[in-house]
Design a protein around this ligand. Structure first.
Ligand SMILES: Cc1ncc(COP(=O)(O)O)c(C=O)c1O
Length: 236
């Protein structure tokens, strides 16, 4: 019997060309990119090449790309990291997320609510599953720390009004994150480069499970996540 998988939004098989590209780096070329010997330097070059390619696709600078273990970790890092960093810089303990975010976003927001006293406003959607940009605008406050609205929904595929959300958030100086896990591969990611952080996941696009990235904006580079990741030699 032939199996027809109609749920490729959940995950995809790893593509042969992806496996072939990875194979040398999983076998003979197994260096640690932080090592100073030849094996390590070759791994560091390969990592830099991968970082540049993702940066080109995402329309950001290579130094902005933070590798993660997937969409969930990228969302956790963005929601919790950006919110706590913004609060440390004087923003209020208030964030907005859409009511139809993936659990990775909703649970990160709930964590902030429970353990860090952050007030979370969940923005409703209309009958078609589109985030209500007017409700987002109305919920924003002068000190709101972060707004997170997905680019495309994981259940019904609706595209969200990110331009309107971004414009509204900018009027109060709030950071904006988008979960673009279901958007990447279908629409150009470079169109999201004006946002403060973008989540992507490899296994929706023919890469193995356990590969993802977050592209935080340049302004967070040195003191924030990308800078910290670089100082740690982010190589996952
Ligand atoms: C919109 C969205 N965000 C995040 C995730 C989590 O990604 P990952 O499975 O790479 O952790 C998914 C996976 O289904 C998703 O659809």
């Amino acid at each position: 019997m032939t199996l027809i998988d109609l749920d490729q939004a959940a995950t995809t098989a790893t593509r042969r060309d992806v496996l072939e590209a990875m194979w040398p780096w999983l076998t003979g070329e197994h260096g640690n990119p932080s090592s100073t010997h030849a094996l390590g330097r070759r791994a560091a070059d390969a990592l830099a090449d991968a970082r540049s390619r993702i940066a080109r696709i995402a329309g950001v600078r290579p130094a902005q790309v933070v590798f993660t273990s997937g969409g969930t970790e990228s969302d956790n890092l963005a929601i919790i990291g950006l919110t706590l960093a913004a609060i440390a810089r004087g923003r209020d303990r208030h964030i907005l997320v859409s009511a139809i975010e993936h659990e990775a976003v909703l649970e990160s927001a709930a964590y902030l609510e429970r353990w860090h006293g952050v007030e979370v406003t969940r923005i409703p959607v209309d009958a078609g599953g589109v985030v209500d940009a007017d409700a987002a605008r109305a919920a924003l406050r002068p000190g709101t720390a972060l707004v997170s609205v997905q680019a495309a929904n994981n259940e019904v595929g609706t595209l969200q009004p990110l331009d309107a959300v971004l414009a509204a958030a900018r009027t109060v100086g709030a950071l904006v994150h988008t979960d673009a896990v279901q958007y990447a591969g279908w629409y150009p990611l470079a169109g999201l480069a004006a946002l403060d952080a973008v989540t992507i996941s490899g296994h929706k696009l023919g890469a193995p499970k356990g590969v993802g990235a977050l592209a935080p904006d340049a302004r967070h580079d040195e003191r924030g996540m990308a800078g910290q990741a670089r100082r740690r030699g982010n190589s996952a």
